[in-house]
Design a binder for this molecule. Structure first.
Ligand SMILES: Cc1cc2nc3c(=O)[nH]c(=O)nc-3n(C[C@H](O)[C@H](O)[C@H](O)COP(=O)(O)OP(=O)(O)OC[C@H]3O[C@@H](n4cnc5c(N)ncnc54)[C@H](O)[C@@H]3O)c2cc1C
Length: 445
């Protein structure tokens, strides 16, 4: 590493699957990480959706360097073809990894990074910038604050904690903040949230996989609480896109989700509001009135609870003192945008990428994982694991390994060209990989 502050650690922010993978690659390369995690446990965001079964099997959800580290302590890889839940990812993979003697001493739990800068240098100053250490402002859950220095920073903080509002224009609807105690910005658990949603009128907003998972949890509630009424509101009206690629999807679990939802909708157990662009939430005599723009004007629906499954966006505030090159629409790392922009690549085409595409004007600072995709929803873990392998190789000066990016992901069978009859321009299959993910199908509605 060319930075003269070589005795300092490399800071990894976020101990989700990608942050812990970055730490494993650093350790394998003989580097010392310091890992900051705002949660009281690793994998805090995944634990929030612990009950949700992933659509990728274990084969695609475990990082190679992490597996090698774990296996050196006798860990056995879970069956590669089985689908983990978020909770199993935590208990069978992330927690054992975090407890390893190579990782545990470097992990700081309950440690939220609130801002990052260069020591003694604000964003405008050029002189000595590249060689100044990074300074991270940490707020600990016990109320302490500290500055910690690092020679490089890998930001793997995801986007889960900054969900999109339900207002259709990307801003909160009128009344959304006031009524937020009746809005769940997550995926409900039919057991944990039973009291909140059973026999209530519930509106699910969004049309991606998070929305579909939310609907299927509500379907479970309807089995024994038949007065649970479900409304499904979305901005667009292309249901083929919403239900996904069906039997063309190489991840069968993901295909089954769409098919199950279609069956449930066809059975009349859910009222579809489509298109329904939400502008206002207000108090009504017997609940909340949600007003949306439809193809015929405006419509108001009375509900008790709302579930926002409208995707998420990156927290860029903490990066304000750094020199970043961020795409103006996706808020992703700029070089990634043409590869993942859902306006162009509605099938989520992505090619292997790594350090070169993730490099920022701020030397030795990288955004990786879910956050590197900004608002684009097509991120998959295997992509993130290859990102951090390449970034770490670059940080230790192994440029050959950094450039040698490879990625092997399954096809989804979903492409806007199939759905809209627009031709296949966006989906060149050979050197590229097609994938559909969480809220991709919401875009272009
Ligand atoms: C319901 C659901 C199902 C999914 N299923 C799949 C699937 O089947 N296959 C697949 O490949 N992908 C799937 N994904 C997408 C993606 O792989 C996951 O979102 C994954 O968790 C992203 O990993 P990450 O490490 O980038 O971010 P996260 O898992 O979000 O981890 C970020 C970590 O950073 C911490 N953090 C945040 N801010 C700070 C801060 N300021 N300071 C310190 N720590 C901070 C958080 O607490 C968290 O632990 C799914 C996503 C969801 C939501």
């Amino acid at each position: 590493m060319s930075n003269p502050t070589t005795s300092l650690p490399v800071a990894v922010i976020g101990a989700g699957p990608v942050g812990l993978a970055a730490a494993s690659h650093l350790i394998e390369r003989g580097e010392t990480p310091i890992i900051f995690e705002r949660g009281e446990q690793v994998g805090a965001n995944m634990r929030d959706w612990a009950h949700v079964r992933m659509f990728s099997p274990w084969e695609f959800t475990v990082d190679s360097a992490s597996a090698r580290l774990l296996e050196s302590h006798g860990w056995q890889h879970p069956p590669k073809a089985e689908l983990p839940t978020g909770g199993q990812m935590f208990s069978q993979y992330l927690k054992p990894l975090a407890d390893l003697p190579e990782i545990a001493p470097h992990l700081r739990l309950g440690a939220r990074v609130v801002a990052i800068t260069r020591r003694g240098t604000d964003k405008m100053k050029d002189a000595g910038r590249d060689s100044a250490p990074f300074a991270l402002h940490i707020e600990y859950s016990d109320g302490r604050e500290a500055w910690v220095e690092a020679r490089a920073v890998i930001d793997a903080t995801g986007t889960w904690q900054t969900p999109n509002p339900i207002g259709s224009g990307g801003l909160p609807a009128v009344g959304e903040k006031r009524h937020s105690d009746h809005i769940l910005y997550s995926i409900p658990d039919s057991e944990r949230h039973r009291a909140r949603f059973a026999n209530k009128r519930v509106m699910v907003v969004g049309s991606g996989h998070s929305a579909i998972n939310a609907l299927l949890e509500l379907a479970k509630l309807q089995d024994d609480s038949p007065d649970t009424r479900v409304y499904w509101a979305m901005r667009g009206s292309n249901m083929t896109r919403v239900y996904g690629g069906g039997e063309d999807d190489a991840l069968p679990a993901r295909a089954r989700l769409g098919l199950k939802t279609r069956e449930w909708v066809d059975s009349g157990m859910v009222t579809i509001l489509s298109p329904f662009r939400i502008s206002e939430i207000s108090k009504a005599a017997d609940g909340l009135s949600v007003t949306g723009e439809t193809s015929d004007g405006h419509q108001s629906v009375i509900v008790d609870e709302i579930i926002a499954a409208t995707g998420a966006r990156p927290d860029l505030d903490m990066l304000r003192e750094l020199r970043l090159d961020i795409d103006s629409s996706l808020e992703s790392t700029r070089a990634l945008a043409p590869m993942i922009d859902p306006n162009i690549h509605s099938c989520g085409t992505v090619r292997p990428h790594g350090e070169a595409e993730l490099r920022q004007p701020e030397k030795d600072f990288y955004v990786v994982g879910m956050k590197s995709y900004g608002r684009a929803p097509t991120f998959l873990l295997a992509t993130g694991y290859e990102q951090v392998r390449s970034v770490v190789a670059g940080l230790v000066g192994d440029w050959e390994a950094a450039r040698d990016v490879q990625l092997n992901l399954p096809q989804t069978g979903v492409c806007s060209s199939d759905l809209d009859g627009e031709g296949g321009a966006c989906c060149a299959p050979s050197a590229q990989i097609t994938l559909l993910s969480l809220d991709a199908i919401r875009i272009k509605t």
